[in-house]
Design a protein around this ligand. Sequence first.
Ligand code: F6R
Length: 242
Amino acid sequence: MKVIKVKNYEELSATASEVIAELMKEKNDAILGLATGSTPIGLYKNLIKKYENKEISFQNIRSYNLDEYCELPREHKESYYTFMHRNLFDHVDMKEENINIPSSVGSDLNKLAKEYNDKLNSVKVDLQVLGIGGNGHIGFNEPGTSFDQETFIVELAEKTRQDNARFFNSIDEVPHHAITMGIKNIMNAKQILLLASGAGKQEAVKNLIEGPITEKFPASVLKKHGNVIVIIDEEAGKLLTK
Ligand code: F6R
């Protein structure tokens, strides 16, 4: 695991965008695994700038998102489908048919999870972007999830619902379930880029970098992957002793 420590969120976003832009220049039909949440918003802003400056194009890029809330229609302002369009896709030349976000509305959620898993198994993601939950989750793989888990319907941990309540009017509106890539799907990517910023991620970053590999802390699995870049800012790295 290569750890890059930068000063602040702006630098973190710029550094992450360089890694992705380099890949997109080398391979114009790269397959990107994408994340939502607060952390990658700055990265996406930088990618939009690079697209506007004609440095990169999304014309042949395909994307697979990590997860989607259940119990929210696609058009809901907090669905991850809407999030991705608002923060990236609406501003670049990405083709709608190349965008893959788990579909979570239907009567048979397990079937939807299986369909997304089959899609994932038919490709090799070149680079997977990850944030990290305060409890160590990646995607919505909450503590205790098996490292062999593939795409599934998860009941969100209370901590995750509380963390995400800031996007909703109240915690009651936060969905209880999500469809998420499993840890096995995430580990299948050729390269992984994990971003962590701010004081809220200090414990998680310490566990990730200095703690043991355990299913109690899902992100620790990344130590078993041979090609991971972790970018943290000073605030997020404050508890590190090494
Ligand atoms: C998002 C996702 C989550 C977030 C994590 C951190 O698609 O799967 O694992 O990356 O909850 O969220 P933020 O960036 O909002 O702190």
